[in-house]
Design a binder for this molecule. Structure first.
Ligand SMILES: Nc1ncnc2c1ncn2[C@@H]1O[C@H](COP(=O)(O)OP(=O)(O)O)[C@@H](O)[C@H]1O
Ligand SMILES: N[C@@H](CCC(=O)OP(=O)(O)O)C(=O)O
Length: 271
């Protein structure tokens, strides 16, 4: 069987709304539980983990019994504020079950551009990792109003996870979504789309086959994931995009099994 060369000690895992919320708007409890189990097991093995989790708006919609995301930015921000505490409650419950400590870190995309803030954030992450605590990051949606087109780019956690991986010098970024990886066209629209197993360079052609979000709750779609992948490859880090339906897939990724799409300068597989 072919295998991949994945050697990662410090890992950023990003989980999208589409993995945390069922298409009917209900909370996907299995994902929360399996994510907590998998990350706790890896934490116990000594891996350094940072989880970037979307889902505040999705959980907020569920809590307020709303079916549709409102179009006004203020209303989305209010829902994110409602959902974020609920999101952390869900994580706290599940991680407690596996005796793992977690912490909430809310960031904005530009926070690392300011040397003082950069230092504070890095110090916080480093202290948490030293203390064996898993930081759970989300964009601070209440104050993050720097992007103009909030209807499509509100809280782009794909790129935030790449920024965190970059500044924290992570070896690997794992992006968990509701599809098996990067396809030659949107698999939610084209039944005959083919999975691309490895990408060593993200170019313009790749962006032309990257469509928008496939669910009512996700925001970034494939474009923001490719931007994250491009950054990782440029910095000689690796990224794997995989299906988050069963977060135990992270064990397979770390074992070098050919699951999802690997973005890496070195895509050599071994028989
Ligand atoms: N080329 C492509 N390959 C895979 N998925 C694609 C592609 N183009 C668009 N997509 C869409 O991107 C979606 C994943 O992005 P998104 O809905 O934002 O998920 P998440 O909440 O995990 O960030 C998929 O469900 C799929 O519909
Ligand atoms: N900060 C927003 C995240 C938005 C976002 O990036 O969503 P997704 O495309 O599901 O990763 C929230 O928690 O709802």
């Amino acid at each position: 069987m072919t295998s991949r060369h994945i050697q990662a000690n410090r890992i950023v895992i990003k989980v999208g709304t589409s993995s945390l919320i069922h298409p009917n708007g209900a909370i996907n409890l299995e994902t929360f539980d399996q994510l907590a189990y998998t990350l706790s097991a890896l934490n116990n093995q000594g891996k350094e983990l940072i989880l970037v989790s979307s889902g505040a708006i999705g959980v907020g919609l569920n809590k307020m019994h709303l079916k549709q995301r409102p179009s006004e930015i203020g209303a989305q921000q209010a829902l994110a504020a409602i959902g974020q505490s609920e999101l952390m409650t869900l994580f706290t419950q599940r991680f407690d079950h596996y005796l793992t400590d977690i912490a909430q870190v809310l960031l904005t995309h530009d926070i690392f551009d300011y040397p003082k803030s950069n230092k504070f954030v890095m110090d916080t992450f480093n202290c948490l990792l030293n203390d064996n605590v898993i930081p759970i990051v989300n964009e601070n949606d209440t104050v993050a109003t720097d992007e103009l087109d909030h209807h499509t780019t509100f809280g782009d956690n794909d790129q935030l996870s790449a920024i965190v991986a970059s500044h924290m010098n992570a070896d690997l970024l794992i992006v968990l979504s509701d599809i098996d990886g990067f396809y030659d066209r949107n698999p939610k629209k084209f039944a005959d789309a083919n999975l691309i197993q490895t990408v060593s360079n993200v170019g313009d052609d790749d962006f032309t086959i990257a469509g928008g979000s496939g669910s009512r709750f996700g925001t970034g779609g494939m474009r923001t994931k490719l931007l994250a992948a491009k950054r990782m490859i440029d910095e000689d880090r690796q990224m794997v995009l995989a299906n988050g339906q069963d977060p135990q897939i992270i064990f397979d990724i770390l074992a070098g099994k050919p699951v999802g799409t690997l973005f890496s300068k070195e895509c050599v597989s071994h028989e």
